[in-house]
Design a binder for this molecule. Structure first.
Ligand code: HEM
Length: 135
């Protein structure tokens, strides 16, 4: 008697569910467009370099590995911790809220494959940002 394949297919990672690299790139582009153009994020914008090209590549690369996808950013930055990496920046509740709000908007504005996982990512990223505030 042959045994039926009972093993379940491995669960998809959040990276795959949200739509992979193209979606993370679109979310990041929208995030930096909002930061650049909406005066509500002026304080957050002022903390960043004038040219956001590096960040438009670094953020989606980080998010990919963080969400269970390709780990290129982590391999290029061995041992780099996102929380301690931000320690030199004067992040307060106001700038952390601006980051969280711009990211929530960016995710809401982007066409994603799975809205449920995208909203869960917005929630967790917002908590991470607010965890960086030191006032
Ligand atoms: C809490 C509010 C935050 C502020 C004010 C902030 C600010 C900054 C600044 C000023 C830089 C340096 C880039 C530049 O000079 O242009 C940076 C880098 C970076 N941030 Fe944030 N950040 C925040 C939260 C976050 C969060 C929550 C994440 C990830 C989920 C994140 C991901 C990154 C990444 C990936 C880099 C580039 C690191 C690298 O590849 O070397 N940031 N951030």
């Amino acid at each position: 008697m042959t045994q039926a394949a009972t093993a379940e297919a491995p669960a998809k990672s959040p990276f795959e569910r949200v739509g992979g690299h193209p979606v993370l790139q679109a979310i990041s582009n929208r995030f930096y467009d909002l930061m650049d153009q909406d005066p509500a994020y002026a304080e957050l914008r002022a903390m960043h370099a004038a040219d956001l090209t590096f960040m438009r590549g670094a953020l989606p690369a980080f998010l990919a590995g963080w969400a269970g996808g390709p780990r290129d950013w982590f391999e290029a930055n061995p041992g780099k911790c996102m929380m301690s990496m931000h320690a030199p920046f004067p992040i307060g509740r106001q700038t952390a809220d601006q980051w969280a709000e711009a990211m929530t908007r960016a995710i809401a504005d982007t066409e994603v494959t799975d809205r449920e996982i995208a909203d869960a990512m917005a929630d967790v990223l917002g908590r991470m940002a607010r965890g960086m505030a030191r006032d």
